[in-house]
Design a protein around this ligand. Structure first.
Ligand code: ZN
Length: 390
């Protein structure tokens, strides 16, 4: 059984947040929207499916910053599980929604036969809980996504009558940038005819991927973000980084300019191991580790983030452990190790240098983050993890 905490400990969590806020009056209550003065929370999906062995195991890690340095700053939970439920797939979109909603299988298929795997959350995400509780604009809640997982673009809000699009987060990704860029090229009309034709085709294709009809509309702040991005990468001749390195760049720039109070970075590249090459997997883990180092380093010195930012690092899913199969390192076959994940939490008011050797569950992440941020997460199933707050 996953370890859950009682009401008293949950209140301790909220109390800890209130203490950090320095003002219990800012704790969110129904109806009144208070400005948010609690800790910033950065969720790092150590994703694309990773095993404990290559990440948090100090002897076998490919993420030395995580396994040797960061663990000393907080609470490591080496034994977190994705519950073994019938019909539950241990995969990337699913794990992301488990983390964001605190419930398993909290989505419906919004796709068609042509557009497969178009998940749509039907339970509120952390972004919605946060923006419903506090007066926080959309651009200060960010989902940072990889380029070849278009469906994750649409996890910013749920189809839910009390939550939904009104409380959505904004998204940063190459997908969003390309939408912006081709829209601009078409509006400017300074390119030659062939280029305009190509831009129109690209734009139409990107728009057709937007199965929830929200990709085009972005706030003024996001428009400015992409304008600056375009200036830097077009006029300077710099090459846009790709893959998980791009996610790191987007996160760093967002922290300097948009200052998100709640941000989730959906790293994904260890998943390239699906084609069977182990080094794609281990190299991708190192790239995430380096990205993590830069993001933590910025948070440590930036006045907006320093001493008031909690990091929550958690994989979307594990991976198979049997090396003798034709294609090792998969995660769709319901093996035990595909369910085995972990989490590391560190920041103000979080216990330091502790390995918490009890079993917890991925569905507890949302209510745990809710406790950190002083907001309730009534639709989350998993209870907040106790014993991590000082
Ligand atoms: Zn995968």
């Amino acid at each position: 059984m996953p370890d859950i905490i009682g009401r008293r400990q949950f209140n301790l969590g909220l109390g800890a947040t209130a203490a950090l806020l320095g003002n219990a009056g800012t704790l969110a209550t129904a109806g009144a929207k208070a400005p948010y003065r609690g800790p910033n929370v950065i969720i790092v999906r150590f994703g694309g499916g990773v095993r404990r062995r290559e990440t948090i195991d100090p002897k076998h890690t490919y993420a030395p910053f995580l396994a040797h340095k960061l663990v000393k700053r907080g609470v490591l939970i080496p034994n977190m599980m994705i519950e073994n439920l019938e019909g539950l797939n241990t995969s990337h979109a699913e794990g992301t929604l488990n983390i964001l909603t605190g419930r398993y299988m909290s989505w419906r298929d919004a796709g068609s036969k042509i557009l497969e795997d178009r998940l749509e959350p039907i339970e509120p995400t952390l972004f919605e809980y946060f923006r419903k509780a506090y007066a926080v604009p959309a651009h200060r809640t960010l989902l940072i996504n990889g380029e070849d997982r278009p469906q994750e673009e649409f996890f910013a809000f749920a189809r839910h009558k009390h939550y939904g699009i009104k409380y959505r987060s904004e998204n940063l990704s190459l997908y969003r940038y390309k939408l912006f860029k081709f829209r601009k090229i078409l509006a400017e009309r300074s390119a030659d005819e062939a280029e305009l034709k190509k831009a129109q085709a690209e734009y139409d294709k990107l728009k057709s991927m937007d199965y929830r009809g929200v990709g085009i509309k972005q706030t003024r702040e996001l428009e400015r973000f992409w304008e600056n991005w375009r200036k830097d990468y077009r006029d300077s001749g710099l090459i846009n980084p790709r893959g998980d390195r791009l996610l790191t760049e987007l996160a760093l720039r967002a922290m300097k300019t948009l200052r998100p109070a709640l941000m989730m970075i959906n790293y994904q590249d260890p998943d390239y191991v699906h084609w069977g090459n182990k080094s794609h997997y281990t190299r991708a883990i190192s790239i995430i580790d380096k990205g993590l180092e830069r993001i933590v380093e910025l948070a440590d010195r930036n006045p907006f983030y320093r001493r008031r930012t909690i990091f929550v690092i958690v994989p979307d899913c594990g991976r198979d452990a049997n090396p003798l199969t034709a294609l090792p390192f998969q995660h769709h076959f319901n093996t035990r190790s595909a369910h085995e994940i972990w989490t590391l939490i560190f920041g103000p008011n979080i216990v330091r240098d502790k390995t918490y050797d009890r079993q917890f569950d991925q569905s507890q992440m949302a209510s745990t983050i809710g406790a950190m941020m002083g907001m309730r997460t009534p639709r989350a199933d998993g209870r907040a993890i106790g014993g991590i707050f000082t």
